[in-house]
Ligand binder design. Structure first.
Ligand code: PMP
Length: 444
């Protein structure tokens, strides 16, 4: 019998949990186990405090175990544990949708709830396709994503996404998908704070794609205003405006995937506000309730929503949804979180502390093997030179060394990503970047 089966069932066994996006064997040989959290810190199983340099996974924007959010979840669990979202409702889902819509720019007024970023993306893509269909544009079935885009792990998301490692094992994926080029160019943009000056013209590639396929075949374009998972790649100045203009010219819907940028990461409620561009559909998840209860969704402009509301009264307008859409615990957590963001002015706080954060991260520039550093809002990507023949190893070692020295950072390929909770202060930024600097030196 294989060793893993022999151990199965023991409470200390690490084998049964097949961990996502993790080198399972390396982790299980030396587990990094988190048992608690408090404010800016995680508590490790050996009792050490670990400063959270990544807001968990870009989600705990209010910091950890915040009393008003904890209390709201506790209260909701004792009041209404669950209610079906098909044919029935409960007040907090409606209240949460109203509050979320109020934060989104312009007439992004209607919220369809899902439970994750991946589901939010599939929801947005399906709404876009269905909208084209019901408005007499049924030939518009093509979806356009972007190289180095990350849109979760559903088949829709990996099809429009642009990370080869997430795609190559899974067959042909969705047909009729094309990709814009990435906006990242190290030669032109290295060591930029905020939106790079170079790269707006790359939006014109959409014109080329329209020229290749014809606008009558294209339903929607999906991009992250700042690509987070592939290393913090902010859209260049003017790029999103140009995408918006080309989409308008050809009747293509524009989707912003704001699963990472939503709820203050860039110092505004949504990146759409910082960039001054309104998409037709905007996806969110993660920080909507500071990562406490799974929740995601798509916010839709009024004209798109209204197109669905014209059919027979008893027809289901959109045959789509999840058992847990607008779950009471997630909705209660969202309401408490949005109150906390407002009452503590956390989006404004992120905006105010952005220069301090940017300077602290940029000060790592002289360390060995650093190829680029990018910062925007409270997010930063630090590119390390890969070791020959061992892509990703150097950054992985830095992540492990930082953890041992008391900081959680995120690693993706040879990039270290930082995204602390929005409650971070100058001293905590210093502590975090100091640990990262030492880890980079130690790993060498
Ligand atoms: N879209 C974007 C832009 C993301 O960053 C992520 C997750 N990092 C997702 C979608 C997927 O979210 P989830 O992991 O909640 O499915």
């Amino acid at each position: 019998m294989p060793a893993s089966s022999a151990r199965a069932g023991s409470p200390n066994d690490l084998e049964a949990f097949w961990m996502p996006f993790t080198p399972n064997r390396a982790f299980k040989a030396a587990p990094r186990m988190i048992v608690g959290a408090d404010g800016l810190d995680y508590i490790a199983s050996d009792g050490r405090r670990i400063i959270d340099g990544t807001s968990g996974l870009w989600c705990c924007n209010a910091g950890h175990n915040r009393a008003p959010i904890v209390e709201a979840i506790r209260k909701q669990a004792g009041e209404l544990d669950y209610a079906p979202p098909f044919q029935f409702g409960h007040p907090k889902a409606f209240a949460a949708a109203s509050r979320i819509a109020a934060l989104a720019p312009g007439d992004l007024n209607h919220v369809f709830f899902a439970n994750s970023g991946s589901e939010a993306v599939d929801t947005a893509l399906k709404i876009a396709l269905a909208y084209q269909n019901i408005t007499g544009n049924g030939t518009r079935t093509r979806l356009i994503g972007r190289e180095r885009g990350y849109h979760g792990v559903g088949f829709g998301g990996i099809s429009v996404g642009g990370i080869v490692g997430n795609r190559k094992l899974y067959g042909g994926l969705l047909t009729g998908v094309d990709h814009l080029p990435t906006t990242y160019n190290r030669e032109q943009q290295a060591f930029t704070k905020g939106e790079p000056d170079w790269g707006a013209h790359l939006a014109d590639e959409l014109e080329r794609i329209v020229g290749l396929h014809d606008a009558s075949t294209i339903a929607a374009v999906i991009v992250e205003p700042m690509a987070g998972s592939t290393g913090v790649l902010p859209s260049p100045k003017g790029y999103l405006q140009r995408l918006r203009a080309i989409c308008d010219k050809y009747g293509i819907l524009l989707i912003f995937d704001e699963v990472i940028t939503g709820f203050g990461r860039l110092g505004t409620a949504f990146a759409a506000e910082r960039y001054g561009v309104q998409p037709d559909i905007l996806t969110f998840a993660k920080a909507v309730n500071s990562g406490t209860v799974p929740m995601g969704g798509a916010i839709v402009r009024a004209p798109v929503f209204e197109a669905f509301m014209r059919g027979p009264e008893l027809a289901v307008e959109l045959p789509h949804g999840y058992t847990y859409s607008g779950h009471p615990l997630a909705a209660a957590a969202a309401l408490a979180t949005l109150d906390l963001y407002r009452d503590e002015g956390l989006f404004e706080r992120a905006r105010a502390i952005e220069p301090t954060f940017a300077d602290a991260v940029m000060s790592l520039r002289g360390l060995p093997g650093i190829l680029d550093i990018r910062t925007i809002g409270l997010a930063a990507g630090i590119d390390l030179e890969p070791r020959p023949g061992a892509a990703g190893r150097r950054a992985y070692e830095v992540m492990v060394a930082a953890y041992e020295a008391g900081a959680m950072v995120r690693v993706t390929a040879d990039t270290i990503a930082l995204a602390p909770p929005l409650i971070v202060d100058e001293a905590a930024i210093g502590r975090l970047t100091g640990i990262v600097a030492n880890a980079i030196r130690t790993v060498g």
